[in-house]
Design a protein around this ligand. Sequence first.
Ligand code: PMP
Length: 399
Amino acid sequence: SFSHLDEIPLDPHYALKEEFAADPSSTKVILGSGIYRDGEGVPWILPTVQKIEKQIAAADESDRYDYLPIPGYAPFCNKAQIILFGYRKDESMPIISVQTIGGTGANFLGARFLAESLKPSAVWLSDPSWVNHENIWSSAGVKVKYYPYWDKENKSLDLENMLKTLDQEAKPGDVVVLHACAHNPTGVDPKRRQWKRIAELCLKRELFPFFDCAYQGFASGNLDNDSWAVTYFASKMELGAAQSFSKNMGLYGERVGALHFLVKSPKEEAKVKGHLLHLQRGQISQPPRRGAKIVAEILHDRAWFHWWLRDVRKMSFRMKDMREKLHKELVALGTPGDWGHILTQIGMFSYTGLSEEQVESMKKESHVYILKSGRMSIPGLNNSNVKYVAQAIDKAVRM
Ligand code: PMP
């Protein structure tokens, strides 16, 4: 019987969605999950993806339902690696790349592999981090600890305490999870000089960096800028990276991701690959074909690639525009407090700094739903609701 089981509450994103769905209000707004919406508030199928899908369907290949090999679709893995690490001149440190079930699958496969290979005393996550990180790493049997990240007072990065905690408390061989760009949930990334200090500390204390890259292109609108930290670390040390195409290709439900490990020498390459494939075989056998094919087709052709970059920039610019509009409305209302962080934070999210009570009051009084932590998903804003959301914030703050 299962009567001994604890009750586990629904993941906060899904709980919020259910509550929103049950709310009969006609003015309700949800700014919860990290899903892009266009200016009309509906899902946006990237035009480039739409066109490629037609081309793939027309080609009607006879192997379209065959299994892929265990590491996935090779043209996808190769290009995904180049998107994240750039074209590398020095190949003395090889990279092993495996296709996964979205970024989540990449995080999980990476966690399982590092758990069994490095046997870390702990994995270090940013405080706060993506809610699923703790779930993933503890499922892989690794003790989860947090390093300071968010400076609540100044609504910025708490770099000194982050470095101090890792320096004093992490053990050699521990894993440090770093968000490559557009940190979820805070929207606050380290600057390049700050990344350099984090890299230096990882080297000094022999900490293994594991990057989670779910928003490449969303932070700055430029892929290379957004993967700068990964390439910088890759020039200095071994690392792991989980990559997702859910957001930047809008392929959420197709579950397209990749896991990469950069290792010291070709000798390690075969061993790491063997372990990853063994784990992958036990977990999913082979990853799905369709999404990987779409991504590979786009990345393999110069013209398609440039069309895709236009789509990415369009999403990134619309989110920036919405930040500016929300900020402008708050300033116009004279809402108490400083709201500059809404402009300076980047990517899909804003960590508004609203308290749990204020979030609750926004929901009760105005039917505006954001996460309890105060995280707001920016793409849920559009020209029709941004003023209303600003008024809801204003009301909650003045409560
Ligand atoms: N990592 C982070 C930081 C994320 O925010 C997300 C998506 N919310 C993921 C990984 C997972 O991405 P996917 O949907 O591709 O599994």
